[in-house]
Design a binder for this molecule. Structure first.
Ligand code: ADP
Ligand code: MG
Length: 482
């Protein structure tokens, strides 16, 4: 695909001379570690040490108009997700086929129905969202949405220090006038203020905030930074970390449906795990999810927000006439529709059959996606055709969506990884922008609705996916150009 894509200019001329580059990379690595742009090593894991997180040495250029478009549409997307999450009929019809063939989504849906029937006890919903975009060179370099994350939207913590990191790098290179093109980023504070706002609404000064975490956390900085920020913003609020298994072992509800863990009342639950089947090794973890869902604790996400973030829902929202069910102003509808790219369902109907045919005829134009989060689950290129051929006559296909492949412009720069060579090689890259949003409200009213910051991650142009935690992407920050 890379030959077809146009190029964005780099923020300063590259290559950088070898001597300058080597010294700069050494300093930049230490800056990253010492400011928490770091992760635990997967290769030699230790709770006592950190590696720097992979980074892009120079900030990648991003058209300022498209950056602003992404920022401005966020509060409309927040509102959209919030309304979708509160519409039982829409979620039920949209996911009807999917939950019969996709066991994981089916299990989430069972919990959803249980608590809907029993009556939801949390007072308000807290959405900590991240909408992801790439520039589509086939649409006049407009941004197109990759997906919206309603669970475990990560990198708000580390991304907040990336503009400072790139400011330092540019200063080292003597490029002082370039610094004004790095937009401020307050994602961390924004997300933590959202959690604290929910904590306040819960109304128990002794109650804690619970982070649901994986058994082993590699992306530790991006969770501890939140924890430390919460203490900084309100010194009286304690954060505890537990796995789903630990909640299963030690969690209970008191007579007021408050969640109690190890004697502590939980006011807010922030999920950094629970989005993939592997996080639920046994029934105990599913029971833990149901227990939390039944509780008064304000969950980010609550189960209906989790379901509203599925890829099937994303695809359903792109069908004509659907946005109108949730948004009233034509201008809002237009700005959301503008960021959608082709999204197709694979139901057994005329439209689904057409989509199957499109994928078989031109597999390179599409990405095939199941109902999964966390990276590494999609199919690209010739695999789209192979997988489609295998499943086109089985019910399984209804749990997948077909999405038009976004072709982002290329940029040239240096990706620096732990144990990589110094100097790093110059490479062709593509970037993906994430915009963070916070929303709090109930089915009647919205109390808080904000855009709070951004993150940029960049990968070599030949990689299909660029998850930083998954090891393919690198942290970056946007360098805005006209
Ligand atoms: P996940 O929930 O696993 O993060 P995504 O939909 O975000 O799933 O896809 C993972 C990655 O795959 C994205 O971050 C992006 O790099 C790539 N990708 C997804 N959809 C597209 C698309 N339509 N065009 C090009 N790349 C895509
Ligand atoms: Mg994603």
């Amino acid at each position: 695909m890379s030959q077809k894509n146009p190029h964005l200019p780099s923020c300063i001329p590259v290559p950088i001379s070898e001597d300058v580059l080597k010294e700069l990379v050494e300093k930049a690595k230490d800056w990253a570690i010492m400011h928490g742009a770091a992760m635990r090593s997967k290769a030699c894991f230790s709770e006592d040490s950190l590696n720097f997180a992979p980074f892009v040495l120079l900030p990648s250029t991003f058209p300022s108009k498209e950056f602003r478009r992404a920022v401005e549409v966020q509060i409309i997307l927040n509102e959209l997700v919030h309304r979708v999450a509160h519409n039982r009929e829409f979620l039920t019809t949209t996911l009807k086929e999917t939950i019969q063939v996709d066991e994981f989504t089916g299990n989430l849906f069972k919990i959803y129905e249980t608590v809907q029937d029993e009556g939801v006890t949390q007072r308000v919903a807290l959405g900590l969202l991240r909408s992801d975009y790439m520039i589509h060179s086939e649409y006049a370099n407009h941004i197109k949405q990759v997906e919206i994350n309603t669970i475990a939207s990560s990198f708000g913590g580390i991304a907040t220090s990336l503009p400072r990191f790139h400011r330092y790098v540019l200063q080292e290179l003597g490029c002082f006038e370039h610094i004004q093109n790095l937009p401020e980023n307050n994602a961390l504070a924004g997300l933590c203020q959202g959690m604290l706002e929910a904590w306040k609404i819960y109304g128990d000064p002794k109650a804690v905030i619970l982070f649901i975490v994986e058994d082993v956390t590699y992306n530790i900085c991006d969770q501890r930074l939140h924890e430390f920020k919460i203490r900084e913003l309100n010194p009286h609020v304690k954060v505890i970390r537990r796995t789903l298994t630990q909640v299963g072992d030690n969690g209970s509800l008191n007579s007021n449906n408050e969640l109690i863990i190890d004697g502590l009342v939980v006011s807010v639950i922030y999920f950094r795990a629970g989005y993939e089947p592997g996080h639920y090794p046994s029934k105990k973890e599913w029971d833990a999810r149901l227990l939390m869902e039944r509780s008064q604790a304000i969950k980010s996400p609550s189960i209906q927000y989790h379901l509203a973030g599925t890829k099937k829902v994303q695809q359903a929202l792109a069908k004509s006439g659907i946005l109108e069910l949730f948004l009233t102003e034509a201008k809002k509808i237009e700005s959301v529709r503008d960021i959608f790219t082709g999204l197709y369902g694979l139901d057994f109907d005329e439209f689904g059959d057409q989509a199957v045919q499109m994928a078989l005829n031109e597999p390179d134009r599409f990405v095939l996606k199941p109902q999964r989060e966390g990276g590494g689950n999609n199919f690209y290129g010739s695999e789209v055709r192979e997988v489609m051929l295998q499943m086109k006559d089985s019910r399984e296909r209804t749990a997948w969506i077909l999405m038009e492949r976004i072709l982002p412009p290329l940029s040239t720069g240096y990706i620096v990884r732990p144990a990589g060579s110094n100097p790093p090689p110059l490479c062709e890259m593509v970037s993906e922008l994430g915009i963070f949003g916070v929303i709090i409200g109930d089915s009647e009213k919205i109390l808080v609705n904000k855009q709070v910051g951004h993150m940029l991650r960049t990968k070599v142009s030949t990689a299909n996916e660029g998850g930083v935690a998954a090891g393919l992407g690198a942290l970056d920050s946007p360098y805005l150009i006209d």
